[in-house]
Design a protein around this ligand. Structure first.
Ligand code: KG4
Ligand code: ZN
Length: 346
């Protein structure tokens, strides 16, 4: 457990990297005092995906409201906030800038430290919220922008051990859903339809020989399968396509996780990122953990997708172990990655 910060240290976490304006108060990096998520999903659904310009504009409108609501829900006052943490990247630049600018102004006016957080690292910190979980563990991280198996050595020490070389798993879910004519965001729709389908179609595995992953081939295979059938004037049962795709997309992640856990001698598997809300993945991870005697960390679904609590948690652990990491010149970093993420295809 990191030392150095007073007990009862409250961080206000701000997340605005995509289509959620989210603010949360978290105590000592773990205890959620409030968690406000102002989602723009309904707006972007009209366009079949996130429209960056609209998302940025909506963050401007929502962010002050979300921050005030988070303080109110915690039964607190702004003077109770000991630090402000904000997502600096990765994400849409116009969206990130809203959160970064608001966080700077807030930290300055309150006279408290500002901490800049990597969104991908924050996703993994969802595993500390309302739990006493500690590193080391292996994290299966799958979101709309990133997919990797990460050896979490310490609170701020991450080693990517496998990663996608092209699309993220969530991206593949969203593209397959769009081809099926399902509304945005596609991941939860595929999740839901899969429960009443059978995985009858053989699809290519995203697993590469070198232990990394490639989701672009799997996505194209599903799209081709549907187009070929459509050309014959037929239609495939969407439920079976979803079940087949879910199995093909997620089983390799689990088998890679099992391999790395054994190789690294780790005893704990954690899930993180939006795709970790997937029912099939959660169920199969539970079976895998039971079979091997691993401990499983499974954040509740609301904490897998974007939220401010995970940002506050990562901000706390950064501050506790490394101190203040930015000043008022902080800028958005839309292409920020985890160290060692996205290797070459070879
Ligand atoms: O972590 P997240 O909220 O945002 C990013 O950082 O990208 O992840 C969003 C991604 C989207 O691709 C969405 O379709 C996917 O997570 N997702 C799911 C589920 N819920 C969200 N994918 C599969 N099953 C779900 N239940
Ligand atoms: Zn995210």
């Amino acid at each position: 457990m990191p030392q150095g910060l007073k007990k009862g240290f409250v961080v206000l976490g701000i997340e605005s990297s995509c289509d959620e304006t989210a603010c949360a108060l978290v105590e000592d990096g773990r205890k959620i005092l409030s968690n406000v998520i102002d989602s723009q999903i309904e707006l972007h659904r009209l366009y079949g995906g996130v429209v960056p310009e609209l998302a940025g504009r909506n963050h401007v409108v929502a962010i002050d409201r979300a921050a005030k609501q988070a303080v109110k829900d915690a039964g607190a006052d702004f003077s109770d906030v000991d630090a402000v943490a904000v997502t600096r990247g990765a994400g849409l630049v116009g969206c990130l800038l809203v959160g970064v600018s608001y966080a700077k102004a807030l930290a300055y006016s309150l006279g408290v430290p500002l901490v800049a957080v990597n969104h991908i690292e924050a996703h993994m910190c969802a595993n500390y919220l309302d739990t006493d979980a500690e590193p080391p563990y292996l994290c299966l991280l799958a979101s709309g922008g990133h997919t990797a198996l990460v050896h979490v050595v310490g609170y701020n020490d991450y080693r990517v051990v496998s990663s996608t070389v092209d699309d993220a798993a969530g991206e593949a879910f969203d593209k397959v859903a769009r081809t099926l004519g399902l509304p945005y965001p596609g991941g939860p729709q595929i999740d839901w339809l899969s429960t009443s389908g059978k995985p009858v179609f053989d699809l290519p595995s995203p697993l590469l020989k070198n232990g990394n992953l490639s989701y672009s081939g799997l996505k194209t295979a599903v799209v081709n399968l549907m187009h070929n059938v459509a050309q014959r004037g037929e239609k495939l049962p969407a439920e079976d396509v979803c079940a087949s795709f879910s199995r093909a997309a997620l089983e390799p992640l689990l088998s890679l996780a099992e391999k790395h856990l054994k190789r690294l001698g780790l005893k704990t598997l954690a899930l993180a990122g939006g795709v970790a809300a997937n029912g099939y993945l959660r169920g199969r991870a539970e079976s895998l953990a039971r079979k091997n005697g691993f401990k499983l960390l499974l954040p509740e679904k609301k904490l897998c997708t974007d939220n401010g609590a995970m940002v506050a948690s990562q901000g706390y652990f950064l501050l506790a172990e490394k101190g203040v990491n930015c000043d008022l010149t902080l800028n958005a970093e839309p292409t920020l990655r985890l160290r060692g993420d996205r290797p070459s295809r070879r």
